[in-house]
Design a protein around this ligand. Sequence first.
Ligand code: FAD
Length: 494
Amino acid sequence: MKFKTDNSEIQDFLNDASNFKGTCEGVYFPQNEADIIEILKDANRKNLQVTVSGNGTGLNGGRVPEGGIVISTNNLNRVIEINEEQKYAVVETGVLLSEFHTMIEQKGLFYPPDPTEQNCFLGATVANNSSGAKSFKYGPTRDYVEELDVILPTGDKFTIKRGEISADGFVLKLTTDSGDDIVIQLPRYRMPDTKNSAGYYCKAGMDAIDLFIGSEGTLGIITRVKLKLIDKPENILSCVVFFSDENDALNFIAGAVDLSVNNDDSPDQINALGLEYFDKYSLRFMKEEYPQIPAHAGAAVWFEQEINDYTEEILLDKWVELLSEHNADIETAWIATNDKDREKFKDFRHAVSSKVTEYITREGIRKIGTDTAVPKDQFPEYYNFITKLVEENNIKYIVYGHAGDSHLHLNMMPVNQNEYDLARNIYHRLCEKAVEMKGTVSAEHGIGKLKRNYLKLMYSDENLKAMAKVKRTLDPNLILNIGNIIDPEILKEV
Ligand SMILES: Cc1cc2nc3c(=O)[nH]c(=O)nc-3n(C[C@H](O)[C@H](O)[C@H](O)COP(=O)(O)OP(=O)(O)OC[C@H]3O[C@@H](n4cnc5c(N)ncnc54)[C@H](O)[C@@H]3O)c2cc1C
């Protein structure tokens, strides 16, 4: 197995898309599980810190090492099985999500999780419980994970199947492949009833697999995943619609959410797959690359819905009716009913995030972006609160994202240190407000190393310690992905 230490060869593993930078002694490139087991056993003997890396698109510093060694999962990239009849796929952790989607769809199947950034590894999306635009209808990655192979931090292997092991109340008993019994006392906090990627998934009677999904590599290294697939929709209607007034756009989204969640699976009624929002500043940001954005546009919504030959016209009429009720500019709407055009809208959504990254890099600015979500009934108040607070403080910003899930990314772009400090305070207040409203500080990007302090807004010291104890139970020498989710100081205390 390769171990690289040369600076030029390991550079790429020292940061992620958050631009947080780290250091390490070297990077291992294991070819299989046995290699990973060997590295972890050795690291335990030497008390060496280990960080596991996916493809580095994370936004929270999770894969960034703070010393020790890195395990790259680049070479664990085999698609082991695609079972068309029983609709599942078995893959190694390092398979690229974008390539997986293409491969699955060529077989008439569909894997719904669709984070905006698709240049990521499947195992990492499980470790982060990633979600995307269509998670509004189809749910996050968690809902598609049927089985995992995990190498625990001790180097013990563990295969876990959904439905096989449940917690007895808050006590989870696991047996590793080598026959060791592990008893885990789960924290007793209540998770928010929103899309959520903050901290461990814990519930009385929960399925053991759910503890590992979204645990950001703190409880083990995922090496193999069995994923549930569904039939590829016959066709998808995809529209980007512009509004002069942002309130009309937000009210349209609220109306579409209500119709969709109350839909009893009638294929000819409104039932959105996703409802993505772009504020006027996002559209201005995009205008140069997309001159077809109407000059008067004050907001836009991208929505999609499954259609077939029979429902296409019926549904188009229903959407037009709803859009008209909310003063949308139907004339300038972009409408797609084929894969090629739909891809363009997906690119448009992706371009907003990447334009921000390009801009801040060019201007030498550090962005501060939220990932908060709140319960649906609190969303209008939260939206007004966040935009008002930033405007009052005169910080340049844009807002876009998964409004159907009451989950937006507000990106502040402070131009100097004073503004940066101010933006950090505002960010803290936006997280506090989301938690006051029973929401989350992270709906999809996870906590990693950069958002640990905000997790403290959601959970009491006692609950953070309970999380740390789960980690300690599985990682007694505290070697794997230290610094992710849990403050190392708390880890030392338990
Ligand atoms: C422009 C942009 C848009 C994005 N949009 C979305 C979005 O819509 N939805 C969303 O959910 N995320 C989004 N993200 C975040 C990111 O793409 C996801 O978090 C993704 O899952 C990270 O995958 P990766 O392979 O790049 O992992 P990395 O960044 O390399 O690692 C992420 C974390 O997973 C851990 N990890 C990696 N592999 C394993 C493994 N095998 N076992 C255990 N732990 C592991 C790492 O230690 C780290 O903590 C976006 C990022 C960017 C840059």
